[in-house]
Ligand binder design. Structure first.
Ligand SMILES: Nc1nc2c(ncn2[C@@H]2O[C@H](COP(=O)(O)OP(=O)(O)OP(=O)(O)O)[C@@H](O)[C@H]2O)c(=O)[nH]1
Ligand SMILES: [Mg+2]
Length: 291
C-alpha cells in the first residue's frame, strides 16, 4: 500500500508580493483603454490557474480564454475540460504559444470580438485595436506576444515574475497588445492549490520548499493513470511506493551521489521538478477532469 500525505497540514505561504497588487491596479486602470482581454490559463491546471480577481476586475468585458502549454497537458483530460468550459459559454482554445501557426490563427477572432465591442461605443474608434493579455505568472503571456509580432520584444523566462511592467507592443496592421505582469491573488486557500501552482512554475519552488514540492509531485504522479507517465525516464516501471524511494531511484539513475555514495535527495528533487515542468515525464494534467 503506497503512502498518502496530508498536504493540508503544511502552512500556506500566502505569497502575494507587492508588485502583483500594483500590477492588478494597473490592469484595472488599463481596462478603459482596451477593447478585449485575453486570459491565459495553464492547460495542465485549467481550474487552478484561473485568477478569481479577474472575474471581478473584467466583469462584463469580452474575454477570451487560452489554455496555454497544451503540449504539456494530458490530451484526454484537456478534451474533458474543453467540453466543460464550453458548457459555461466560454470560448476555449488549447494552445502551444511557441507555435507560430497556432498563434496566428487567434488574431482574426480577436479582431472580430474587439470590433464588435467598439461598435457598442465603449472605446474610441480612431485608434488601433487594443488587446490586454493577462494571466498568472509564467503561463506564457510574453511568449505568445513575441510569437505574434515575430520578434523578441517582450522578456520571457522559465520562472515567475519575468514581466514587471505593462508594455504595449504593436502588431502589424492596426492591433496593439498589452503585455502585463503575471498576478496571483491575495489568499490561495489550500496547500494543494499552492503546490499545483508551484509544480507548474507559477510560484517559485523555493517559496514552497523544493522537497515538499517533490513529495507533492510524487503524490500527483502516483494518482495519474500509470500508463500516461514516462517512468522509463528514470529507469522505472511504475510509481515507487514512497517519495523517498522515488528520489532515491532518480538519484541513482542520474548519479546524484554525495561523498560516500548516498543519494542527495535535494538534487533529485530539483531534477524531478524541472523535468516534470519540461514534459520529460509525459503529458500530464494536475487538475482532475471537471465533474
Ligand atoms: N512547453 C511550453 N512552454 C511554453 C509555452 N509558452 C511559454 N512557454 C515557456 O514558459 C516560460 C514562461 O514564459 P513567459 O512568456 O515568460 O511567461 P509569462 O506569462 O510572460 O510570465 P511572467 O512575465 O513571469 O508572468 C518560458 O520558458 C517559455 O518558453 C507553451 O505553450 N509550451
Ligand atoms: Mg511575461
Amino acid at each position: 500500500m503506497a503512502t498518502t500525505i496530508d498536504f493540508s497540514r503544511y502552512p500556506l505561504t500566502g505569497w502575494y508580493p507587492g508588485h502583483m497588487l500594483k500590477a492588478g491596479r494597473q490592469m484595472q486602470a488599463s481596462l478603459k483603454l482596451v477593447d478585449l482581454v485575453v486570459e491565459l490559463l495553464d492547460a495542465r491546471i485549467p481550474g487552478s490557474s484561473r485568477n478569481p480577481i479577474f472575474d471581478q476586475l473584467f466583469r462584463g468585458r469580452p474575454t477570451f480564454i487560452l489554455l496555454n502549454k497544451a503540449d504539456l497537458a494530458s490530451p484526454r483530460v484537456s478534451r474533458e475540460w474543453t467540453a466543460s468550459l464550453r458548457k459555461e459559454g466560454k470560448k476555449v482554445v488549447f494552445l502551444d504559444a511557441r507555435d507560430t501557426r497556432q498563434t496566428l490563427e487567434l488574431v482574426p477572432a480577436w479582431r472580430r470580438a474587439a470590433l464588435a465591442e467598439r461598435s457598442k461605443g465603449r472605446t474610441a474608434l480612431n485608434r488601433p485595436l487594443r488587446i490586454m493579455i493577462v494571466g498568472i505568472p509564467n503561463v506564457g503571456k510574453s511568449t505568445l506576444i513575441n510569437r505574434l509580432v515575430a520578434s523578441k520584444r517582450a522578456a520571457v523566462g522559465p520562472k515567475p515574475g519575468v514581466t514587471r511592467h505593462n508594455q504595449w507592443i504593436r502588431l502589424k496592421g492596426d492591433v496593439e497588445l498589452l503585455d502585463t505582469p503575471g498576478v496571483l491573488w491575495p489568499r490561495i486557500d489550500s496547500k494543494e492549490h499552492e503546490l499545483k501552482l508551484a509544480l507548474c512554475g507559477s510560484i517559485r519552488e523555493e517559496t514552497v520548499g523544493p522537497e515538499l514540492l517533490a513529495d507533492y509531485a510524487w503524490a500527483q504522479l502516483s494518482r495519474q493513470d500509470q500508463r500516461d507517465v514516462a517512468w522509463d525516464t528514470y529507469g522505472l516501471e511504475k510509481c515507487p511506493e514512497t517519495p523517498d524511494a522515488f528520489l532515491e531511484a532518480i538519484g541513482r539513475r542520474r548519479g546524484l551521489l554525495r561523498a560516500g555514495g548516498a543519494v542527495d535527495p535535494a538534487q533529485s528533487a530539483a531534477i524531478l521538478i524541472k523535468e516534470i515542468r519540461d514534459g520529460r515525464l509525459g503529458r500530464l494534467s494536475f487538475d482532475p477532469s471537471p465533474a
